[in-house]
Structures are given as C-alpha cells and as structure tokens.
Design a protein around this ligand. Structure first.
Ligand SMILES: Cc1ncc(COP(=O)(O)O)c(C=O)c1O
Length: 442
C-alpha cells in the first residue's frame, strides 16, 4: 500500500489514548509503515525506533516469519471459542511459554493485553486464597509509581497519580509500598543501584498495619518501566520475596515490559534470581503484531482450582478473545524468531556497550539530572522546567521525531528501549540524536 493511500482526511473522530489530542490533531505524528528498526512517517521519513513501539516490538518490525504465520492463520481458522473449546495452537503456545518461565510457573492463562493480564492475576490471587479456605485474604499491595495498565484493578494497585486521580472509585483494601527511586543516592547508576533494598521492609510495616493474614498479594514490576525506568536496588526483590513467604502472601511480578528478553533473560525473574508466584506478560509475547497477554502461575495454584465436579468450571474468568488463533499463531512465530536468532542473548551481549555509551554520551548533556540503564533499557531524566513540569520531556519527544527518532516519555523522563536487533551504529545514532535534541530545546 502506498503512503498516499493512507492519508486520513479527518482527524476528529479518533480519540487518541494517552495523548494531548488537540495538539496532536494540529501537528499529527502519523506512522504508515514499519520494517526492522524503522518506522516510515506519513511524510515519507525513516524514523529510528528507539522504543520498540511501546516497549513491545522486541524482534523488530514486520518480521517475515511472524507476518506469514498471521496471514496463513487468518485464512485457516479465523476464530475459535476458548470457552469449552480450544484451538491446538493455544496448547502449543502455552507449552512454549512455560518453557521460558521459571519453574513452577507452568500454567498459562491467555488475555489480550497487559491490563487484562494484571486484572486476571489479581483475580486468580484472590480466588486462590478463597479456594484454600483463606477467603479473608482480600487486600492487595501495589507500589508508588507502579504501572499495571488501565483496568480498575490495575489502576488501584498502580501508583501513577494521573492514571488514578480523576477516576474516583478504586478497589478497596489496597495499599502501596514506597517506590525505589532515589536520585540523591543513585543518580547515574549503570545497572542495579546499591542503595534501597531496605525499602522492601516497608512491606513488614504494611503487614503489621493490616494484619498479614488479610493480604492476598503484592504486585510489582521487577523493573518499573512506564514510570521512567526504575531499576530495582540490589537485594530489594529478594527481600520482598522473603517477606511474602513469611506471611503466605502471593508475589506477582508484572513482566509486561520486562518479559521476553528485555533484560537479557527470558523474564526479569531470571535476571534477578527471584521467582514470583504469578507473572503477567503481554507486548513481546507476539512482538505486538497481534494483541495478546498472558498470566503464568504456579502449578499448585492452578491445582487449587481443580477440585470441583467434572462438569464444574474451575475459574469464572476469561475473554472472548483469550487464546485467539491469530494471536497464538503470531506468538508461536515470535518465540521461534527469538530462539532462532538468539535475541535474548543478543540483549546480554549489547548491554555493556549500551550502558557505557548511554553514560558517555548523555551524562553531561543539557538538562540531564540522571541517566540509568539495565538490559536494553535506559532512562534520561531531565530537570523539569520551572512551573511547567512534563513540558520539557514532551518537547524532547516532538523534537526527536522531527529529527528522525522515536523515543518514549514519562513526564520529564525519556525512556529508550529499542528492538533487540539494533546495531551498535544505531545505538550511537540514537544517543547522539537525543543529545542533539537536548541541546536544541530550552
Ligand atoms: C508493567 C505493565 N503492566 C501493564 C501494562 C498494560 O498493558 P496494556 O497497555 O497492554 O494493557 C503495561 C503497559 O505498558 C506495563 O508496562
């Protein structure tokens, strides 16, 4: 399809998510094609993808094997219900995911997004306790600056203020741990910060406050992504795990961003050597070519639901599009590409170059108050402009696009997380582009 054919003539009807709509419709940033490391913009420019779309196109864009799997499947099995029926690819994909998750997280529930995965995991946690006769465990603990999608469960346990504060009612019985971001102690860290493991002990305080036998689950992103890349301090996740174990609380890792290689391992759980009880995923599962999410849970959690009569449904939960054949086909092909091209190992190999260069090029760039990184992720935190927080970050994103790069912003923090196929030259180009952008904005 030519670029010309894609030109929209009316921008009014589409309410664009998480976007200042008025500004966008005045000055749209429209993408019409993508291949490997680049988008093509409506005006025909090549845009270097510094954010893997929304942290999701891990293998690069429009990969042949994935495209063909989707095409072939679209003509073979358009839809099959996942309630009381199934398609064979759902079993294959679940088995393949279970090979990647840490044992014993080998039971896979399919959803269509990260938000749905989060709400699914929270519901499984609550229902699991009830199935075991601990129905009093109804409290959920999230963390400040956590992002767990946009469902009511996700925003309740989430800690990004703007995602919550105009929506009124949240789930009751939710509390939050403090976030781990400490610029004073940890600015310009390459990898995991040394300081902050003790922040996990605040979970003990919450246990004392609420009575630990009322707490069902703690949910955290092992590395918080959307809030601006908060890398867990050394030892922090181990301590959370130990406190959860002590009190019989389930630990949920939201791996929607960190899953599928972003930190050089299958999941962040393996990178940090801490195994949760439930794990959410989405994004990289299908290389974002078809929407899909999943929850991995411990085998014995699944078994706890498997106690009723033969005809009794064991979990009253699911989506029309759970395990959609097209998504399963895309997922299987995606996992093939990751494996054949050893893309998670490639992240591990690139990590030291990525980390050294991001600090070498950007630590002393204009406006920068912190640079932090892990795996193939980096954040460049800018000093907010006086009286106009988030505006400098926004302008940096616009300027980057004008200069041929896509970056992600969270307020005044620029987040970089390219596809794993990025070359060292492209890494250099990306960091130089950001440096140039910062030198040109006020
Ligand atoms: C950690 C985390 N959880 C959940 C979500 C929500 O995913 P989705 O936008 O697919 O609903 C995101 C999205 O960025 C995320 O980063």
């Amino acid at each position: 399809m030519s670029v010309q054919q894609n030109i929209p003539n009316d921008l009014e009807s589409f309410w664009i998510p998480f976007t200042p709509n008025r500004q966008f419709k005045r000055d749209p940033r429209i993408l019409v094609a993508a291949k490997d490391m680049h988008y093509t913009s409506l005006d025909g420019r090549q845009i270097l993808d510094g954010s893997a779309g929304l942290w999701c196109v891990n293998a690069g864009h429009t990969r042949k094997k994935i495209v063909e799997a989707i095409q072939q499947n679209a003509a073979t099995l358009d839809f099959a219900p996942a309630f009381q029926f199934a398609n064979p690819m759902a079993f294959e994909l679940a088995t393949r995911i279970a090979e990647l998750t840490p044992d014993p997280l080998n039971r896979i529930f399919f959803t269509n997004s990260g938000s749905e995965s989060v709400d699914t995991a929270l519901k499984i946690a609550l229902a699991y306790h009830r199935a075991r006769g601990e129905g009093q465990r109804t409290r959920l603990i999230g963390r400040e600056r956590g992002y767990h999608g946009v469902g009511f469960g996700g925003i309740s346990v989430g800690g990004m203020v703007n995602n919550r504060n105009v929506f009124g009612t949240m789930l009751s019985g939710v509390d939050h741990l403090p976030h781990t971001h400490n610029l004073k102690a940890n600015a310009f860290t390459n990898g995991q910060p040394e300081t902050g493991a003790e922040l996990a002990d605040r979970l003990e305080d919450l246990c004392a406050l609420h009575d630990p036998s009322t707490i069902a689950a703690v949910i955290v992103e092992p590395m918080a992504g959307s809030t601006g890349v908060l890398v867990p301090p050394k030892g922090y996740l181990d301590r959370l795990r130990a406190i959860c174990d002590k009190h019989g609380i389930l630990l949920i890792f939201d791996e929607v961003i960190t899953g599928f290689g972003r930190l050089g391992t299958n999941f962040a759980a393996q990178r940090f050597g801490v195994t949760p009880d439930l794990m959410t995923m989405a994004k990289g599962l299908t290389n974002a070519a078809v929407p899909m999410g999943a929850v991995a849970c411990r085998e014995d959690i699944y078994d706890a639901f498997d106690q009723g009569a033969d005809h009794a449904i064991n979990l009253f939960h699911g989506y029309t599009y759970s395990a959609h054949p097209m998504a399963c086909a895309a997922g299987i092909a995606t996992l093939d590409v990751y494996k054949e091209e050893k893309l998670f190992d490639r992240v591990g190999e690139l990590e030291s170059y990525w980390g050294e260069q991001v600090h070498a090029v950007l630590d002393d760039a204009r406006h920068v108050i912190d640079v932090r990184n892990i795996g193939l992720v980096a954040a460049i935190e800018l000093a907010p402009r006086d009286g106009e927080p988030t505006k400098r970050g926004f302008e940096a994103m616009i300027k980057a696009f004008e200069k041929g790069g896509m970056v992600r912003i969270s307020g005044d923090i620029i987040a970089l997380s390219p596809p794993f196929i990025i070359s060292k030259d492209q890494i250099d180009d990306l960091f130089k582009l950001v440096r140039d952008v910062l030198s040109e904005i006020d």
